[in-house]
Design a protein around this ligand. Sequence first.
Ligand code: KG4
Ligand code: ZN
Length: 342
Amino acid sequence: MYKNDLLTLAIESSCDETSVALVAGGRKILSNIIASQIDVHTAFGGVVPEIASRHHLENINNVTDHALKEAGVTMDDVDFFSVTYGPGLVGALLIGVATAKSYALAAGKPLVPVHHIQGHISANYLEFPDLEPPFMALVVSGGHTNIVRVDDYNSCITLGQTRDDAAGEAYDKVARVLGLGYPGGPKIDKIARTGDPDAVQFKRVFLEDGSLDFSFSGIKTGVMNYVNSEKQAGREISVPDVAASFQEAVLDVIVKKSVGAAVENHEDKLVVAGGVAANSRLREKLSEACGREGIRLCVPGPVLCTDNAAMIGAAGYYKYISEYGSDRQDYLFMDAVAQLPL
Ligand code: KG4
Ligand code: ZN
């Protein structure tokens, strides 16, 4: 019924990346421009929401022009628009949503609202052309740690999630305690490679038997307590050892729960998504565990792991073909939503 090459212009602005992409048929990236604000926020040790919104506003039209140019298309070639409408920083989301509405209104073409986490999961459709649901998904980002059973392109169930900090948030906070700066995930990833993961035994928190939920606030406090007590005792800490030990404890839990969920639910594929999916040790550990269980592991390349608009275009495509007719015009009443369940 629908052409495979339906072209969407997708926008992502939920945090500190202003991104616009052109994606054909939900699977082919024509362009994926990402203007990162990391340098701006590094000075503050984290993302400052108000500054993020202003930068989105300043950048978004230029990023759009750049994306169209790189894809070699014009607005006339676009069949529909896709935009992240939540969850995220509401002021940051608003810039993307308002921009997408104005593009859609001016072009007289439909607009599909996309859930940010659905986008992260859909990054895998871009990376792995043969990948189709059902599968188990592990979403590990700065705001989320979810185990999701994906039954179909637009149908999924969250089986477990964090009860406090997200995995990326724990990485960022521990990096700050260790004086590594922002964003902490990639810094810990790098420095941990030179450390001993068995140097400090941080507690692995598995919660109740059979639970697929997570809790990472305890390990963050554990690292802080360890650093303080060593300092008070006049001993110098080894940052690589602490980083490696923290990482190993967090990843032991994530890997055990996500691979266990795939096995229990008889899924033969585990799909990983979100910024923390770029972590090299997580990839290593998942690949070992999935290999043992005969599960196919899918992890996108680093660019598709962190926030980008191409993943929103992939998710938008499947939403469009399943529930959006080309005459659906209710998008103008869509809102940006900070907290949004999957
Ligand atoms: O998905 P993402 O780009 O934004 C959100 O939707 O949250 O994820 C950002 C998070 C940050 O917490 C960052 O520290 C973490 O992903 N991250 C990593 C790595 N690269 C990014 N964490 C661990 N290892 C990495 N290599
Ligand atoms: Zn994200």
